[in-house]
Design a protein around this ligand. Structure first.
Ligand code: G3H
Ligand code: 13P
Ligand code: ZN
Length: 316
């Protein structure tokens, strides 16, 4: 059942966070749905501009509709990750996406407000909901690079949300995209989250750049020929603390890429005579499903799906 992120957030708020997982291909789609159905978790499928351009946007959209038929137990949102205005409008018109993110966070404040408002107006007219962003994550965010963290300013959030009408807000609190998030200890600014929550009680917040980059996974990749040095991620035991502070969506992409890389490197290291892509593909789909299961247990979303479905039906 495809639902909006707003419906999912209303159930999760203050209790747990929904896993928002980026996918690009068929194997990720199958593993993602298997893992979420097995862990009985509501979830968000994130499709980035990069994913939409990797093969064809229509292929991804068709996969979402087909997965909805293959997995009738799944309760999920189809969400555009880090969209620009043009891509948001395209997704709003598609009839498949239930949620879009407009990421105008690199623009000056007033421009961010104006762009976000245009997207919100178009989305709401079609029953689609919108995530916006204030502040900037250090490093690369889709096409834009920030040299340093630009933390979300709590004093701006009420004005931004009331002027734009956005349905959720991505906040920059010290995470970053990719596998190299911290050079020393992780420094997540939960104090900023607390201030934002005080100003916007009950309003759903989003944490990007939340992969954990497990050292064991990186070690296995490197032992199988990889060269990933200095990688560090977010401590997943902090997810529930974020959820208590109003975070309802936690974005995870890099960790899934690491699973893919580990499976394929180990497979071809151990079986150099093999060349059927389905052999590592089958292992990957199972390993990715197991990974999703474990992540949902840490997010607190595991075993919430029956309650979430009933809640959504009741509040329609
Ligand atoms: O935030 C970015 C996501 O990890 C998506 O990455 O643009 O390479 O698909 P991508
Ligand atoms: P990671 O790179 O930490 O997985 O973050 C993904 C993300 O924020 C997608 O929007
Ligand atoms: Zn992101």
């Amino acid at each position: 059942m495809i639902v909006t992120t707003k419906q999912l957030f209303a159930h999760a708020y203050g209790k747990y966070a929904i896993g928002a997982y980026n996918i690009n291909n068929l194997e990720q789609t199958m593993g993602l749905f298997e893992g979420n159905v097995r862990s009985k978790a509501p979830f968000i499928v994130q499709l980035s501009k990069g994913a939409r351009n990797y093969t064809h946007k229509l292929m991804l959209e068709a996969m979402m509709q087909t997965a909805d038929k293959i997995f009738p137990e799944a309760v999920f949102a189809v969400h555009l990750d880090h969209g620009d205005e043009k891509t948001c409008m395209d997704c709003i018109a598609s009839g498949v996406y239930s949620s879009v993110m407009i990421d105008a966070s690199a623009f000056p404040y007033e421009e961010n407000v104006a762009i976000t408002k245009r997207v919100v107006d178009a989305a709401h007219a079609k029953g689609i909901v919108v995530e916006a962003e204030l502040g900037q994550l250090k490093g690369v965010e889709e096409d834009v690079t920030a040299a340093e963290h630009v933390y979300t300013k709590p004093e701006e959030v009420v004005d931004f949300v009331s002027k734009t009408g956005c349905d959720s807000l991505a906040c920059a609190i010290g995470t970053s995209h990719g596998a190299f998030k911290f050079s020393g200890d992780q420094k997540l600014r939960y104090d900023i989250l607390e201030e934002i929550q005080k100003k916007l009680p009950g309003f759903p917040l989003v944490m990007h750049g939340s992969s954990s980059v497990p050292p064991g996974e990186v070690a296995r990749i490197n032992a199988a020929g990889g060269a990933i040095k200095g990688a560090k991620g977010v401590d997943a035991t902090q997810f529930l603390g974020a959820a208590k502070r109003g975070v309802t969506k936690i974005n995870i992409d890099t960790d899934g890429r690491l699973v893919w890389t580990r499976v394929h490197r180990e497979f071809f290291r151990d079986k150099p005579e093999k060349f059927d892509l389905r052999d590592p593909g089958k292992i990957f789909m199972k390993e990715y499903a197991d990974f999703i299961y474990e992540k949902n247990c840490l997010l607190g979303s595991a075993y919430q799906v029956d309650d979430a479905r009933a809640f959504i039906e009741k509040n329609k």
